[in-house]
Design a protein around this ligand. Structure first.
Ligand code: ADP
Length: 485
């Protein structure tokens, strides 16, 4: 329906453009013809006036006429005849001339000799202007002026038609339908309209051509195509804008949900160690623990839980520092082995209590690596914490350090629940928690791995994960040996 309406209105548009174009072409052609006629008439008046002055004057001899001819390039030839058809000027004539005279004189009726005036004739290939003059003696003389085509082009057509601007091409067509003058070549163009040039150039016409591919229909088509393309582009831009806005809104909604989860998770994570500390602290305070061994055990729980608490708070604070771009790193060459040992030390209690099989492989000859020891230890702690948190029946932890491709590769591997392949790319995003962690009752804030990635990148390195659901995960921290700083 829309297509039919569109094509109908396109047709209508095309035909009205064509009509308008033809009207304008007609106006332009007749204006050009009038202009040429007017200029030609004025030039003829001038020439004839001067010939009359010469013939009526005292020095109307052949010398003066010859001189006048030399100054009037528009006149190719001038002949003067007396009433009986005898040639008065020039003194000698060619055979071609004589042929011309005979025909010419036969075309001049008797009345013309008496009434005078001027006549325009086409004789052979020539345009001839004939006029009767009174000579000094009072006898009439007939002047025949053959106009020069080159001079016509140069002095009449070019100044009058050459300046008319427009998408079309103007040309002058002679009585044999040849283009004797045109602003541009017209052999490839289509003739739109012709208008007679008037009595001055009988059977000559002004013609208007339209260059190939410039018809109003084609112009309308071109404009429609441009419009359609522009409209299409606009639609694409609008759709792209809508899609982008939709995505943005979706992302923002997701982020808001994740942030709400984050607050809930962090609060819960803070509460658990706090209540443990409080419970054991109160029990100790009330003196209800009789034996020394249990008491020491309670103290250890309080220390461990406060360590956990400060790790958690450190994580959140560092995360907010990173978000605000305020986290600074002090990167200096650091020995790897003590760093790994100290970090694992903090986890010795939960590891042994939960029965983890722990393997640490750090070669003693590792070179010092440029790093911010505190940050790398924090990253390692996060990885170890996750390995403990996300282990199920098979409790195993392996930490190893080695040199690979100009990097220190620090790996933490477990045999825990693993991460599905489609989620492996996302676990490093802030607040992101793989779907199943909630179900399995493991609490967390979702910022641990985001922090690890940030720390790795701040060192010019990266963090990678290899994991299979149900088999375990292996996170590797890659730190370049050559410091960027
Ligand atoms: P969280 O506080 O939830 O542990 P993290 O940023 O440390 O946040 O980890 C993001 C998610 O990646 C976790 O919710 C968990 O689903 C997954 N993940 C991290 N480490 C492990 C691991 N060792 N084994 C299995 N899944 C893991």
């Amino acid at each position: 329906m829309l297509a039919v309406l569109g094509s109908l209105s396109l047709r209508q548009w095309e035909s009205s453009a064509e009509l308008l174009f033809r009207e304008q072409a007609r106006d332009m052609a007749s204006m050009a013809a009038e202009k040429v006629s007017m200029v030609l008439l004025r030039t003829e008046d001038d020439i004839l006036g001067r010939i009359q002055a010469i013939l009526g004057g005292s020095d109307g001899g052949p010398g003066t006429l010859g001189q006048f001819l030399a100054e009037a390039p528009l006149i190719r030839r001038l002949y003067l005849f007396d009433r009986r058809g005898r040639l008065l000027f020039p003194s000698a004539s060619t055979a071609e001339d004589r042929g011309l005279f005979a025909g010419l004189l036969a075309e001049i009726p008797q009345s013309f000799w008496e009434r005078g005036g001027r006549r325009h004739l086409i004789w052979g290939d020539q345009v001839v202007l004939a006029a009767v003059f009174k000579t000094r003696g009072g006898a009439p003389a007939l002047a025949a002026l053959a106009l020069d085509l080159d001079a016509l082009r140069r002095e009449i057509f070019e100044p009058t038609l050459g300046r008319l601007e427009g998408p079309t091409v103007l040309a002058v067509i002679d009585h044999r339908d040849r283009a004797v003058y045109s602003r541009e070549p017209v052999d490839q163009a289509e003739r739109v309209i012709t208008t007679p040039l008037g009595a001055e150039l009988p059977a000559w016409r002004v013609a208007l051509y339209q260059p190939r591919g410039a018809s109003p229909r084609q112009a309308v088509r071109r404009q429609t195509t441009i419009f359609m393309v522009a409209f299409g582009l606009l639609l694409v831009v609008i759709v792209a804008g809508l899609v982008a806005t939709y995505r943005l809104v979706q992302r923002e909604t997701e982020m808001a949900r994740l942030k709400a989860d984050f607050v809930a998770n962090v609060s819960h994570d803070l509460k658990t160690p706090l209540s443990l500390i409080r419970m054991f602290g109160e029990t100790l305070e009330m003196g209800r623990v009789p034996d020394e061994r249990t008491r020491r055990e309670y103290y250890r729980v309080i220390t461990r839980e406060s360590e956990r608490l400060s790790r958690l708070i450190d994580n959140v604070l560092d995360f907010s520092r990173i978000e605000g771009g305020r986290r600074l790193y002090d990167i200096v060459p650091t020995a790897v082995e003590p760093l790994v040992r100290d970090t694992l030390e903090a986890f010795s209690y939960p590891l042994s209590q939960q029965g983890f099989k722990v393997e640490v492989a750090v070669p003693p000859d590792l070179p010092d690596v440029p790093m911010d020891a505190e940050a790398v230890s924090q990253a390692l702690a996060n990885l170890v914490d996750n390995a403990i948190k996300y282990s199920a029946e098979r409790k195993s932890l392996r930490v190893d350090a080695r040199i690979r491709d100009d990097h220190l590769a620090l790996s933490v591997a477990d045999e825990g629940i693993g991460i599905p392949p489609e989620e492996q790319g996302r676990v490093f995003e802030k607040f992101y928690r793989a779907g199943r962690s909630e179900i399995q009752g493991r609490r967390g804030s979702g910022v641990g791995l985001a922090l690890v990635r940030h720390i790795a990148e701040a060192h010019g390195g990266r963090v990678t994960v290899e994991s299979r659901p149900g088999e375990g995960s292996r996170f590797t921290l890659w730190l370049p040996l050559a410091s960027r700083a």
